[in-house]
Design a protein around this ligand. Sequence first.
Ligand SMILES: [Zn+2]
Length: 343
Amino acid sequence: MRKTSPGRYARQEILPQIGVDGQRKLASATAFIVGGGGLGGYQAELLARAGLGRLRMADRDLVEWHNLHRQVLFQESDAEANVSKAEAAARRLREINSTIEVEVLAVDVTARNALALLADADIVLDATDNFETRYLINDVCVKLAKPWVYAGVVGTVGMVMPVLPGSGGPCLRCVIPVPPEPGTMATCDTAGVLNSAVAVIASLSATLAVRILLGAPPAEIGLLHADIWNMSFNLMKVKRDERCPCCALQTFEFLDSRELFGSSALCGRNSVQVTPARSARLDFEALRNRLKRAGNVSSGGLVIHFKAEEGEMAIFPDGRAIVADTTDSAWAKAFYARYIGGI
Ligand SMILES: [Zn+2]
């Protein structure tokens, strides 16, 4: 680890909102960013440059060309090599700030691992692309009385809201009681996404995270709804729901629904993620040798790319795979079972 150059944070330390003491607090803080795409990339870059002591991030996906217009941690060579976002993000963040601890995991944050992953974070930032994971973060953070920041962007519109369990303020389910039904909401697939909208919402959520870490959160909790294209910002006052299943009744449906084995089509990807029943630590060397007999194998760092006659997939060390060029979950599971088995 390199030494911090004198004055590295000078322009931040003279801000009355931060100061030398605030900088020290940031240096000893741990943030966990769930998702390493558009929002997560900007959030991570801002927090890394701000000198946040320990930066953790999780992303399940690979870098693709259509990510590059908004995902600032990645470059053309990452898309060309189809590397995992975790690997590319970690490399870039360490280049930005070598004095902080950076850990980026190539995992899917699920009900099985969320408690353990988020347990020692001082703050959690939402950079996901789906409501299931947001409600899971909400469950974990309410259960552990840990602050988190909700953020989402579709098209030119974004939302952001801090959740401060134990403060008497609302959680995500107080404000949006149930996740929208699949197919009822615009997604980045159907509506596209404006890169500057991602930048604005990520900046706001990183600002909230820093304020919370400094012990200076906003006095009143609001849900900000912003249309970046039209420069319209609307801060809605939100209140705790005394019948909220999560923060009032302390039932954690999303955390407790430990689905054993699943496959799900990925947002915007024409690909399906297959998740094994138990988290596994694959013996990559053995798997690579086995797969070589059945098709084409190439591997870069954290991922094995496997191509057989009928299809192709990328396999991660935790046993997950992303099966390309299909939205058929059953077929993807069968393809996985055929070559990797054990599901
Ligand atoms: Zn609530």
